[in-house]
Design a binder for this molecule. Structure first.
Ligand code: NAD
Length: 246
């Protein structure tokens, strides 16, 4: 393929769909991955020339098949965006083991499995990994025991990847979004939480999908060729303030 190829997980909506659109606009061939097959089919209609692959990133067998299908269709992989994630809001006492595992399976295992399966292709292209964590992985707070822990682990996994894969020319970076009005966030953000974020964020507002996608696209691009192992908060300045998560 004459164009660079990016694979984006969780691309059926929200930040993943915005990332697919921006990379496509910038000339990348785009592979959109999501476990919600009907939503993925609709989303792929709005991204020119996108290929879509229904896959649950927490399923090792499905992930291995996905990478075989992708290499058959594209012949190469230049950037992997591990964006698929699920939210969870609950106290430690109510987070039973099934719930804990469900969050870890997508948010952490999915990043590990996708990155490992993509490794041969990324080594060939000396490509880039961009993992999507969260400000909840940078700051602890109540009610985010599973979600926050999964995202803190993704931050560290990114550093492990950067340390180990640099010798193959592979860069690994992480984007930590602040609050964005996607389905994931709005399912758990009450009006009190929304108001508290507005107060706590120096830019006094939620981010947009496009603003986070622009940070992801930068880290995928050759403009970031000497940047690896970095954790970039796209959060309106929230992390800089030291204020706790609402
Ligand atoms: P979203 O719910 O709008 O989109 C997530 C997509 O991931 C959905 O299409 C969903 O079907 C898919 N998905 C979930 N589990 C999957 C799995 N196991 N396999 C394949 N696909 C799966 O969410 P979003 O807000 O766009 O979130 C994208 C990423 O950004 C997530 O990792 C999330 O944790 C992170 N994030 C979001 C916010 C926010 O405020 N929206 C803040 C910080 C971090």
């Amino acid at each position: 393929m004459d164009r660079k190829c990016a694979l984006i997980t969780g691309a059926a909506r929200g930040i993943g769909l915005a990332t697919a659109k921006i990379l496509s606009d910038r000339g990348w061939a785009v592979a959109m991955v999501d476990r919600d097959a009907p939503a993925l089919a609709d989303a792929a209609q709005v991204v020119p020339d996108a290929h879509s692959f229904a896959c649950d990133v927490s399923d090792p067998v499905a992930v291995a098949q996905l990478l075989r299908d992708l290499t058959d269709q594209f012949g190469q992989l230049d950037a992997l965006v591990n964006n698929a994630g699920i939210a969870d809001f609950g106290p430690i006492s109510e987070t039973d083991f099934d719930r804990w595992r469900r969050v870890m399976a997508t948010n952490l295992d999915g990043v590990f499995l996708m990155s490992q399966a993509a490794l041969p292709a990324l080594k060939k292209s000396r490509g880039a990994i961009v993992n999507i964590a969260s400000i909840s992985g940078l700051r602890a707070s109540t009610l985010r025991v599973a979600y926050g822990t999964s995202k803190a682990a993704v931050i560290h996994l990114t550093k492990q990847q950067a340390a180990e894969l640099g010798e193959h020319g592979i860069r690994a970076n992480c984007v930590c979004p602040g609050p964005v009005r996607t389905k994931l966030a709005m399912a758990v953000h009450t009006q009190d939480i929304i108001d508290a974020y507005h107060d706590a964020i120096p830019l006094n507002r939620y981010g947009t999908e496009d603003e986070v996608a622009a940070a992801i696209a930068f880290l995928c691009s050759a403009e970031a060729s000497y940047i690896t192992g970095q954790i970039l908060a796209a959060d309106g300045g929230f992390e800089a303030t030291g204020v706790g998560l609402p």
